[in-house]
Design a protein around this ligand. Structure first.
Ligand SMILES: [Mg+2]
Length: 171
């Protein structure tokens, strides 16, 4: 646990891809209203919606994104949010644009998202680790993406587990 490096294996994933709703943050972007007011910054940020809801990432989210960036990984977002503009406003309120190298936020099957991320980045889907809280998205991608991880919100433990799986598959 804590902040040690993600991969002990020399075989590094080409991109680490995250869903947003209930994977990186604890709300549905289509159930909240922008604009957001920033209440707390830093590793445990809080933003407030216009109707007064306090919205947060999962406790490890910011530290995971920072650590992945520090270690030089590409970070992708694959979200099927029906309200991309609200999702982007939340990303900006959390100041997360600096973490995301490639983002596809649009409704539809996530096979499309992964294809777009791959086209933009040149990283093969088999070189990706993907995290999502919904079984249907994992099911849509498990034959396409290198490692798919069903999570109840990201945590260091889950991300490490994904990296270990990737290393085992590619050793
Ligand atoms: Mg989700």
């Amino acid at each position: 646990m804590g902040d040690t490096a993600f991969a002990e294996s020399p075989r590094r994933p080409g991109m680490v891809v995250f869903d947003l709703d209930y994977t990186l943050w604890q709300f549905y972007a289509d159930c909240v209203s922008a604009p957001f007011v920033v209440q707390e910054k830093g590793d445990f940020p809080v933003i407030k919606s216009v109707d007064g809801q306090r919205l947060k990432p999962f406790p490890d989210s910011v530290k995971i994104l920072k650590k992945l960036k520090e270690e030089g990984y590409l970070i992708g977002v694959a979200s099927r949010s029906p309200t991309p503009s609200v999702a982007w406003k939340a990303i900006d309120a959390f100041e997360w644009r600096k973490f995301f190298d490639h983002s596809v936020i649009t409704p539809g099957c996530k096979r499309h998202h992964i294809k777009e991320l791959s086209k933009e980045s040149g990283v093969s889907p088999k070189e990706m680790i993907f995290f999502d809280d919904e079984h249907r998205n994992i099911r849509d991608l498990e034959d396409v993406v290198g490692v798919c991880c069903l999570v109840d919100g990201v945590s260091f433990e889950e991300v490490r587990k994904g990296f270990r799986k990737f290393a085992a598959l590619n050793s």
